[in-house]
Design a protein around this ligand. Sequence first.
Ligand code: ATP
Ligand code: LTN
Length: 334
Amino acid sequence: MIDGKKVLFSGMQATGNLTLGNYLGALKNWLTLSDEYECFYSVVDEHSITVRQDPAELRRRARNLLTLYIAAGLDPKKNCIYYQSHVSAHAELAWILNCYTYMGELNRMTQFKDKAAKHADNINAGLFTYPVLMAADILLYQADVVPVGIDQMQHLELTRNLAERFNNIYGNVFTVPEAYIGKVGAKIASLQDPSKKMSKSDENVNGSIYLMDDPDTIMRKCKRAVTDCEAHICYRDEQPGLKNLINIYSACTGKTPEETVLEFEGRGYGEFKIAVGEAVISVLKPLQDEFARLSKDKAYIDSIIKENAEKANYYANKTLRKVQKKVGFPERIR
Ligand code: ATP
Ligand code: LTN
């Protein structure tokens, strides 16, 4: 609790260009929850280097991502928006938690297996212990809730287990967090292969709508989305491409999938795809305009980066000092 409010923590990696999946699965829920909670939204640049990055490019993407959080509507005066690498407590707590995490637990992580397969030439120890750094992110702020897409559930479970394990040994040190998974946007699929998640690292650019795609590109990708030959608008697993478009439309308009089906009953896929394109454009256009405006305001963004890093450091260090004491590190002499 901070000032009587429950705490929320979430983060995104500054790798690749954000997709509509990132927006609907994560960022959009951040916006709805931000009034109710004391929120920390991190650009997790330390996680990004588990995969080799070009330094200048990483720095540029990290700044763009931080700006995008604000452009999406998160007020940086109320929400703590900051770079993970500006708060050294993340790496310090991750080290401690590494010593309480079993190899077997990390071996089971599907994201590790996927990424290791994709980057077979660089299966580094950081990639393996990535979930421990994520647990440190969350536990440092004593977060009650963590809004993420469904793909992060396994990491969240590990975080809960680590918190409980630690608390069992040392007393009540960490809040055990809950995942928050949105109802319709939790798993947006690729527009070209609905069996895969829409991903920023997909080499088929037509499968993903990027947050910075212009309206024509968005419309073209929606029109080309893979559907089926049933020619009947239904929300069911047997029509996965269509189901995905219904999810996208519903998440963008705030309707339920059932309402969307009723709205388009008896109409053709072509017409529906155009409506999906329009709904996506109407969500992304204001975000893009605001991003362009904010990107020009260097002094403002710099001031946010500085102020929020101070705030994040304050809360993170509070937890870190407590943990250091519990595990037996010597007290600091002042
Ligand atoms: P990569 O493709 O590089 O693995 P990613 O697109 O999965 O990256 P992350 O930075 O790992 O993106 O995820 C940021 C947030 O977006 C997480 O909360 C994740 O669960 C969510 N997310 C990512 N892709 C989707 C998707 N297709 N549908 C819903 N949520 C998603
Ligand atoms: N692992 C997440 C990004 C991430 C995160 C976090 C999300 C790192 N630390 C803490 C929520 C809370 C991902 O790959 N999407």
